[in-house]
Design a protein around this ligand. Structure first.
Ligand SMILES: [Fe+2]
Length: 386
């Protein structure tokens, strides 16, 4: 790293951590004089008791919360447009984005669109930013998985139903006004989702740390995330009710989410497109892809491996150690050993490679991949990922 370079770093939003902190949400809205929030969540989370409870608790403060629970597991542009209309018809004044990554991304995307006549793809990360936009609805983000780390920033991954690509949308002036990290909300997460979302957080930290740019704030967060995840991921599987471990994972996930302000890498570039084409679970797809991409990146990340190994496994290690220990962890978490096992077919390799090459995460991967190299990576993950 060249420490003669200049760099600009931005911290994200106020974060309120602690078991039971969800109870503070009504007062947070009241203090901002918000009276009609739209509660946005994903289809898989809408039946959770604490989501049903939010409206009741808001009612006690004279706040009317309306629930929109039609966000798909891989959120679609159509879901966002539907939510935008409901927000406008309901005269809502704020958005509570609660759930896993999809619920939060859906809510954040609706917050970009609400009350304005814009095409959703005007907010594409690769387009120039419209500086005239400022009046976004106040946004509260509450993760129910540890996880996605999507609670501190404004980007959302949304599937374009015309092109079949998952694209990043955002606006730099739309930041959540608060993120609430309440580990109680993650207790009911089933074992498979606990593992898959936990590996998503792990991959965020690894990919962010491996991005070649000077961001010591993000790097510090990525390594602390790896320490917390390394200590606690297996614990939340073996002792799912252990609130300290759930809390540590939620903090780890949040730190990993902040760290990827630096960018991500090829695991996410390929996983986004596999998700868009096959509607696969994001964390699970990442987990299967991770070993192949570690191998592809080896020459460019060798000098970073010992720090990551020490953070995760509390002892020094070289690339072979890191690869083996990560693979063992994935085995213990019962992650499938090929993309084939989650339905990916060989005849889509070319399409997935082309689409992945255009994903913004591909550009921050430490080693640039040609289309042929992407095809090789996808093929190796299809036939035997580790
Ligand atoms: Fe992710």
């Amino acid at each position: 790293m060249n420490y003669l370079n200049s760099a600009d770093w931005t911290y994200p939003v106020p974060i309120h951590y602690g078991p039971g902190r969800i109870s503070e949400l009504p007062e947070m809205l009241r203090r901002k004089n918000l009276k009609r929030p739209l509660i946005v969540t994903d289809q898989g989370s809408s039946d959770l008791p604490f989501i049903k409870n939010i409206s009741k608790e808001l009612d006690k403060k004279g706040i009317h919360g309306e629930l929109f629970d039609e966000i798909s597991p891989n959120p679609l542009d159509e879901d966002v447009l539907k939510g935008k209309l409901i927000y406008e018809q309901g005269n809502n004044d704020s958005i509570i984005s609660i759930g896993g990554g999809s619920g939060m991304d859906g809510g954040k995307a609706i917050s970009l669109m609400a009350g304005r006549e814009k095409n959703i793809w005007d907010f594409n990360y690769e387009n120039s930013v419209d500086d005239n936009l400022t009046d976004f609805p106040p946004l509260f983000c509450i993760p129910t998985t540890a996880g996605t780390g999507a609670e501190t920033e404004s980007t959302s991954m949304i599937t374009n139903t015309v092109s079949g690509m998952k694209l990043c949308i955002w606006h730099p002036k739309q930041k959540p006004v608060a993120a609430i990290l309440d580990p109680n909300l993650t207790l009911s997460l089933p074992q498979n989702l606990t593992a898959w979302t936990g590996v998503d957080a792990l991959v965020h930290a690894i990919e962010a740390y491996c991005v070649n740019s000077l961001n010591s704030v993000a790097d510090g967060m990525a390594l602390e995330a790896l320490r917390l995840i390394g200590e606690n991921l297996k614990r939340v599987i073996s002792e799912p009710d252990r609130i300290e471990a759930r809390g540590a994972m939620l903090i780890g996930s949040c730190l990993a989410g902040i760290s990827f302000l630096k960018g991500l890498g090829l695991v996410h570039a390929i996983s986004h497109m596999v998700g868009a084409v096959y509607n696969t679970q994001h964390g699970l797809t990442n987990a299967i892809l991770l070993p192949s991409i570690l191998k592809f990146n080896q020459s460019e990340i060798n000098h970073k491996i010992n720090n990551m190994h020490f953070a995760m496994f509390s002892k020094p290690g070289n690339f072979a150690d890191f690869y083996e220990n990560i693979s063992n962890l994935l085995d213990e978490l019962e992650i499938p050993k090929s993309l084939k096992e989650i339905g990916v077919q060989e005849d889509k390799i070319h399409e997935l490679a082309i689409k992945s090459s255009k994903d913004s995460a591909a550009f921050t991967n430490p080693r640039q991949a040609s289309i042929d190299e992407l095809k090789n990576i996808i093929h190796s993950s299809l036939v035997g990922a580790r």
